[in-house]
Write a protein that binds this ligand. Structure first.
Ligand code: KG4
Length: 317
């Protein structure tokens, strides 16, 4: 079977085409600005403008006709309302025009599910870290549950905001990572794990305050920021592992590109005798293949959506 997935929860529009065990096409375009940040209306306009050309390219790359597709899948949320509406409308239009079934999927679940496509994992605890989201999620009792999440901003957003304050551009993740590699001294920053949840606004405020004081090397600040924030992420993931008794950990989302975070999470997983896996980067970042793959699984499991039920879900609970 073949699924066509449309991702568009934030500033990336992605079209993916997959079977149950293979990615046939995974095309994206991200709306980026010098300053970073996302304007919901601009993201929606970006998606509306690029949907047709990206769809055409994806079908071409996959070597399939839209008539061959068995199910149309779209990212139903969480995300930016205007961007989600464009994607849902496009999915509905395709489903109606070509008489195809339609399935809406949760963006965060798709990030974790797609790790099963090429990874040797069956039932992992997922640490999902991106610009807008930071969650530890896993299956329990047949449903995905949130075991911990940020109480304020996403880790990627915190990193990008810090980079913006340093004036080193957007996205900040790779640049902060490079600076951090040259860090020599750990500077204490607020560490905030609250129960199973996390908070990054305090550490961000403090690292920016310290930077503005002019008393610290930026490499040391970048290093300390990563060490502190990532330790909190690892702690919450470890708690979820202990709580669920699972023995697999996957790291997904754009921030999964960070080598230091990979190293820290891998060490924790190995200490606990758990398997550790990070999908290829194009399946980690926001992408359409994860939407297609997850929707196809749902469809094969008998999940059906009525076209009038395919409204967007801005909140995930
Ligand atoms: O999942 P993603 O593509 O979509 C959004 O949520 O926007 O993630 C993008 C995020 C950005 O915050 C970016 O700075 C971060 O991933 N990122 C990184 C690295 N590469 C990208 N963060 C830390 N280290 C990296 N090497």
């Amino acid at each position: 079977m073949i699924a066509l997935g449309i991702e568009g929860t934030a500033h990336t529009l992605g079209i993916g085409i997959t079977t149950e065990d293979k990615v046939l096409a995974n095309i994206f375009d991200t709306l980026t600005t010098e300053k970073g940040g996302i304007h919901p209306k601009e993201a929606a306009e970006h998606h509306a403008k690029l949907l047709k050309p990206l769809l055409r390219r994806a079908l071409q790359e996959a070597g399939v006709k839209i008539e061959d597709v068995n199910v149309i899948v779209f990212s139903q949320g969480p995300g930016l309302g205007p961007a989600l509406r464009v994607v849902a409308t496009a999915a509905r239009a395709l489903a109606l025009r070509y008489s195809k079934p339609i399935v809406g999927v949760n963006h965060c679940i798709a990030h974790v599910e797609v790790s099963k496509l090429y990874g040797d994992v069956r039932d992992p605890v997922g640490l999902y870290v991106s610009g807008g989201n930071t969650q530890v999620i896993a299956l329990k009792g047949g449903r995905y549950r949130v075991f911990g999440e940020t109480l304020d901003i996403g880790i990627g957003n915190a990193i990008d905001t810090f980079a913006r304050e340093l004036g080193i551009g957007f996205p900040g993740g790779p640049k902060i990572e490079k600076l951090a590699q040259k860090g020599e001294k750990y500077i204490e920053l607020p560490y905030a794990v609250k129960g199973m949840d996390l908070s990054f606004s305090g550490i961000l405020t403090e690292v920016v305050r310290k930077y503005k004081s002019g008393k610290y090397r930026i490499e040391d600040l970048a290093y300390s920021f990563q060490e502190t924030a990532f330790a909190a992420l690892v702690e919450v993931t470890e708690r979820a592992l202990a709580h669920t008794g699972k023995d697999e950990v996957v790291l997904v989302g754009g921030v999964a590109a960070n080598n230091r975070l990979r190293e820290m999470l891998k060490a924790m997983a190995e200490d606990r005798g758990a398997k550790f896996y990070v999908p290829p980067y194009d399946l980690c970042r926001d992408n359409g293949a994860m939407i297609a793959y997850t929707g196809l699984k749902m469809f094969k499991a008998g999940i059906r959506f009525k076209i009038e039920e395919t409204t967007v879900k801005q909140k995930f609970r």
